[in-house]
Ligand binder design. Structure first.
Ligand code: HMG
Length: 464
């Protein structure tokens, strides 16, 4: 049975912080953000927006675009790490908002939960809902998987320039117009880690930045190795002498906490995959530099990071490798188009990978690439930590959906925040009703109850 993504809709808040203004205010070189990390703008929520109303807005868009009635939807899952309640799931708020439009109890037949595993949970939600359809439990209905987050870090921290906000809704069914998932190859890795985490009650995460970068790559590589085993044993891919599975993946989408992380991860995975192939010898000869090895190759992530001689050499090697024609070809062909939206919007945590996929579809289509039958690989990572690698093949009907994709117009008229306004919103100095923008045709938060017996109850309305 062909199961996959039938449609994608996004909701990105219109407020943003410009990376140049930000760098100036923090006394940083703007090139570090723009060239070093690949960040131009970071989307920010207004005071009357939260992850639940962004999720509902993305859902409403997919319902309208795909002309769905509530009876067509059997499951609604929300994956997020910006949870609003320890018990009440975010999809219940979303159902409440959608029922303001479609009528009381119109989604009463629907099921779903809120999923959490940092940025990777949306991928688990997609996989579980695909299996619900494969198991024949869906009764012909579709599932909606929404990924929605606000990436928020402490003022003045090194994570502060990797913020962003937004939601993406994906329609999953057995007649997908965009992409069919490859069956029986989805692979995962998992390990108890503290690279990035947010203890109860804390609004911003505790982050070990460089540790998280390396862990991300190690975990995705582990999942990729398991994907490779499955791809070969199921016959999905048959490798000839000197080939790697990456040769059979036409486009790669990586989790993007900032856009250059995609490039970093690509380089790491290619090095791992090409190292034993004849092509590697030629590249090393051209580069005139051997690949460095840590003092303790079987050491921990901490020992590798503490090996400053190795880290400096490895950095030099990575930079040289990134300049080779061989890397540049793979980068341009397989990854570059997926990074464009991330540069414009920033980190969306759970939604980052899918914003990348959306970006790849739109910008490859604009280039005139024929995507039909092309294989897309996904490298999903969530701190804490787990990775998932999976793939899919673009469906013949993809143009029906992709031809109308336009990130700029779907985001609407974006408004730049001054640094003062940004800091006021960041530090929660404005109440929900002290919003900066007038909203139209979207759900907004109007109140959060404070009296003890109804504390925390949230009220949303649809602004016509
Ligand atoms: P940092 O210390 O600010 O930056 O940390 P850096 O010193 O590593 O520099 C970044 C890049 O800018 C480097 O490029 C520099 O060379 C370059 P690279 O060598 O890596 O290619 N650079 C410049 N380029 C041009 N002109 C200049 C200049 N100066 C430097 N003047 C870090 C960066 C990402 C670690 C930090 O922002 C951070 O901690 N962010 C939050 C954590 C994070 O995003 N981790 C990513 C992996 S973990 C993950 O993705 C999971 C996550 O999404 C959470 C979840 O799963 O829920 C975070």
């Amino acid at each position: 049975m062909a199961v996959g993504i039938d449609d994608i809709a996004l909701y990105i808040p219109r407020l943003f912080v410009d990376a140049r203004d930000f760098a100036k205010a923090r006394g940083m070189d703007p090139d570090k953000l723009q060239r070093g990390l690949g960040i131009s703008k970071m989307a920010m929520v207004d005071t009357n927006q939260d992850p639940a109303c962004m999720a509902a807005n993305a859902c409403l868009r997919i319902m309208e675009r795909s002309k769905l009635a509530p009876k067509d939807v059997g499951r609604l899952y929300v994956a997020t790490e910006s949870s609003l309640d320890e018990s009440k799931a975010m999809n219940s708020y979303v159902i409440g908002m959608l029922e303001q439009i479609y009528g009381d109890d119109s989604f009463g037949h629907c099921g779903g939960i809120e999923c959490k595993f940092a940025c990777v949970s949306g991928s688990y939600a997609l996989y579980d809902n695909s299996n619900w359809i494969r198991a024949g439990e869906s009764g012909g209905k579709s599932a909606i998987v929404v990924v929605s987050d606000i990436a928020k870090y402490d003022l003045g921290s090194s994570g502060e320039y990797t913020q962003g906000a937004g939601a993406i809704a994906m329609l999953v069914n057995d007649n997908p117009r965009i992409m069919q998932f490859d069956p029986k190859v989805t692979s995962t890795s998992i390990k108890n880690e503290y690279d990035f985490y947010r203890p109860f009650g804390k609004e911003t995460p505790i982050v070990h930045g460089q540790y998280s970068n390396l862990l991300y790559m190690i975990q995705v590589k582990k999942a990729l190795m398991s994907y490779k085993e499955k791809a070969l044993s199921t016959g999905l891919m048959k490798l000839k002498e000197g080939e790697t599975i990456l040769d059979y993946i036409d486009f790669l989408n990586m989790h993007l906490p900032y856009s250059n992380m995609g490039k970093k991860a690509l380089s790491y995975l290619i090095r791992h995959e090409w190292r034993k192939l004849p092509r590697w010898k030629k590249i090393i000869e051209k580069m005139g530099m051997e690949e460095p090895i840590p003092k303790d190759p079987r050491g921990t992530i901490e020992s590798v990071l503490a090996d400053s001689e190795f880290m400096a050499k490895d950095h030099e090697f990575t930079k040289k490798f990134a300049k080779t024609e061989e890397f540049q070809d793979v980068y341009e062909q397989k990854l570059a188009s997926s990074l464009i939206a991330s540069q414009m919007i920033g980190n969306l945590y759970t939604a980052s990978l899918y914003l990348g996929f959306r970006s790849c579809l739109e910008f490859e289509f604009q280039k005139g690439t024929d995507l039909e039958g092309k294989r897309v690989g996904f490298g999903s990572y969530g701190s804490g930590s787990s990775a998932m690698v999976f793939s899919g093949v673009i469906a013949p009907e993809y143009k029906e959906i992709v031809k109308d994709m336009n990130l700029e117009s779907e985001m609407g008229n974006r408004i730049k925040l001054s640094l003062e306004e940004y800091e006021e919103i960041h530090e929660n100095k404005r109440g929900p009703n002290e919003n900066l923008l007038d909203s139209k045709k979207e759900f907004v938060l109007v109140d959060v109850e404070s009296s003890p017996e109804i504390k925390g109850q949230r009220k949303y309305i649809y602004k016509e």
